[in-house]
Design a protein around this ligand. Structure first.
Ligand code: SF4
Ligand code: SF4
Length: 197
């Protein structure tokens, strides 16, 4: 569904831009890397698991892009405590079933041809990750599930948690997260019951 909605939004917005008289080329995961653009556009901050973490949805997002000559106001990258939290957290690295996420400092290290080189950042071994997806015949996203930023921010307490995570008390935020049931795996039988109820 996520990809279907992505296509719908990209196509309709692109057509709207064309109707205004400008060029618009909609793209999903093709044509250019979405993550650097998302970071540059201020949609979120880059995390140790190699994904963008947004203040509205954590990493539970899918990005699309539209290349256009429509004149736009340019946004700037944002900071809301992700880098600082990733420096003291290793939840994704510990939970990754394929051991694709190193718990290290940002560096120039690359694992294979699938990584871009020359950028100092947290880099994950994408080939290990995708090999695991192929092995289990589906996608994984454990790193998204266990990340403390993956929360329902329509809830007051989760918005307060985000403020704590972006303060000098972020270790308290991490501790509180470790005490919550959020992010733990739900047994398949229970999940289906929850979905049906
Ligand atoms: S999707 Fe799964 S295998 Fe891939 S990096 Fe995340 S936790 Fe690891
Ligand atoms: S799980 Fe922790 S280390 Fe990994 S991206 Fe989320 S905050 Fe950063």
């Amino acid at each position: 569904m996520g990809y279907s909605l992505d296509a719908l939004v990209l196509l309709t917005v692109s057509q709207f831009i064309r109707n205004l008289g400008y060029q618009a080329i909609p793209t999903m995961n093709d044509t250019a890397l979405a993550i650097p653009y998302a970071v540059k556009a201020g949609l979120g901050e880059y995390g140790k698991h190699g994904l963008v973490i947004t203040p509205e949805f954590g990493s539970s997002v899918r990005f699309g892009k539209i290349f256009t000559d429509l004149p736009l106001t340019i946004d700037s990258p944002i900071k809301f405590g992700v880098e600082e939290m990733c420096n003291i957290c290793d939840a994704c690295s510990k939970a990754c079933p394929s051991r694709a996420i190193p718990n290290n400092e940002p560096s120039l290290v690359t694992f294979n041809v699938s990584n871009i080189s020359g950028v100092k950042k947290w880099t994950i071994d994408g080939e290990r990750c995708f090999s695991y997806w192929a092995k289990i015949n589906t996608d994984c996203a454990v790193c998204i599930r266990v990340c403390p930023f993956t929360r329902d921010y329509t809830r007051f307490l989760n918005r307060r948690w985000l403020q704590l995570a972006n303060s000098r008390f972020r270790r308290v935020a991490l501790y509180l997260d470790s005490k919550q049931k959020r992010g733990r795996r739900v047994a398949s039988r229970k999940w289906w019951v929850l979905k049906d109820s």
